[in-house]
Design a protein around this ligand. Structure first.
Ligand SMILES: Cc1ncc(COP(=O)(O)O)c(C=O)c1O
Length: 410
């Protein structure tokens, strides 16, 4: 027993106390259908390769560390630690102050009262809980193609049948979706990254937003508006949400890209039957999101003068990095098409006739990492495409990354 160890002795178990490895063969561990259905994220696997110090990584969707408000977070954390409530378990739906701040934010964004907000451990958890609350195995879910991989994983785990709808420069091809609905498709959920898409960088047009909301009303599905990038609109005007046009929309938000992903604070708002179910399922998942990081987030978001100035700073920096990227692509990669970002963190490149999965090892040798578009493909193979995160590094580093990519591609 540890308590009988003499004072000063390490509490690590001495080798002879460790139970011997059993010699009889073990029964294999049975894995659930959810566990076997989920494909590992190729992007998360890639992160270990691209994190080599000699590699400039444009692969991960990592918000820039130099733009995160460390000092403001530290001050808010120091204040929070003096409040016993911040180091205690909290309400499952989230801390009242943060929920009030978020409800006011969503009300302003949607132009109608939004008071049902559940705080989650990142918006990834919100996505997972929505799928658990709404889907049974075999249910139809419409996803964009290419898609946010974290959404594909959630829907795979739920045993959903995926129906991909392509994207163009105006976001999800809602006409295509409508055609399929009229032909009999009856999805429970339609998932969209409506603003500054991950991975394509495009934004759903205002007309399509209205149309998607109208289709949700007509056909009875829920739209999951997965919107962690909206406040990173380069012109400072985030698009009007799909949720402004209908309450059949579950809106997901996140502090990850505007403050820091380490806070692990996300949120969702939607119909009350759904938020109630999400709250019960969250009790199973983690009881509550960290009270400490919720207090910090509430403090930062409620300080609107500071927060608005912080957002302006982040937006200006990311705009300039994106411009450095697209300029370098135009200079060094003639013939390669590149999306023109208007917000968010991603550029989408097309290398005509080139297999970008085969290009990746050469690129890593040249000291640059990216994600081949195939990693996001649902149906279409996307063989000659690439997602680059343009937000993580300063302008000079971004331009050097493109030069290395050009060397690797020739
Ligand atoms: C579209 C989208 N949704 C959700 C997430 C998850 O973000 P978080 O869990 O950090 O809020 C991400 C992360 O990159 C994302 O790109």
């Amino acid at each position: 027993m540890l308590s009988s160890y003499p004072a000063g002795r390490s509490t690590a178990l001495p080798i002879q106390d460790v139970h011997p490895v059993r010699s009889t063969p073990r029964h294999p561990v049975h894995l659930s259908s959810a566990a076997t259905a989920v494909c590992g994220s190729a992007i998360r696997d890639l992160l270990s390769l691209t994190s080599r110090p000699d590699v400039i990584s444009l692969a991960g969707g990592l918000p820039a560390a130099d733009l995160m408000p460390r000092e403001r977070i530290a001050t808010a954390a120091a204040t929070a630690l003096t409040d016993p409530g911040s180091i205690q378990y909290g309400e499952t739906a989230g801390q009242p102050r943060l929920r009030a701040v978020l409800a006011a934010h969503e009300t302003a964004r949607c132009g109608r009262p939004v008071d049902d907000v559940v705080v989650t451990t990142g918006s990834q958890q919100a996505l997972d809980l929505v799928a658990r609350a709404v889907l049974d195995p075999g249910d139809a879910v419409v996803v964009e193609d290419p898609a946010y991989v974290g959404a594909l994983q959630v829907f795979q785990a739920a045993g959903a049948a995926l129906y991909p709808v392509p994207l163009d420069e105006d976001g999800m091809c809602v006409d295509d979706l409508e055609r399929r609905l009229r032909a009999g498709l009856r999805p429970r959920l339609v998932h969209t990254v409506s603003s500054f898409h991950n991975p394509r960088g495009v934004t759903l047009s205002p007309r399509r937003r209205e149309r998607l909301a109208a289709l949700a009303e007509e056909f009875g599905f829920l739209v999951v508006e997965d919107d962690p990038y909206d406040l990173l609109a380069f012109d400072g005007h985030p698009p009007v949400p799909v949720a402004a046009h209908s309450d059949r929309v579950v809106r997901l938000g996140s502090a990850s890209k505007i403050l820091s992903p380490a806070l692990r604070v996300g949120w969702l708002s939607g119909p009350p039957e759904l938020t109630g179910a999400v709250e019960r399922l969250k009790q199973c998942a983690d009881l509550c999101t960290s009270s400490l990081t919720q207090t910090i987030t509430a403090e930062l978001l409620a300080d609107t003068t500071w927060f608005d100035a912080h957002l302006r700073h982040v937006r200006a920096a990311v705009t300039s990095r994106a411009l450095a990227f697209t300029t370098a692509v135009a200079d060094h990669l003639p013939g390669v098409t590149c999306s023109t970002p208007t917000g968010g963190m991603f550029c989408w490149l097309e290398f005509p006739g080139l297999d970008t999965t085969a290009l990746l090892p050469r690129a890593l040798e040249h000291g640059v990492g990216f994600v081949p578009g195939g990693a996001f493909a649902v149906d279409g193979p996307q063989p000659s495409t690439v997602r680059c995160c343009v937000a993580s590094h300063r302008e000079g580093v971004v331009a050097e990354a493109v030069r290395r990519l050009a060397d690797a591609a020739t």
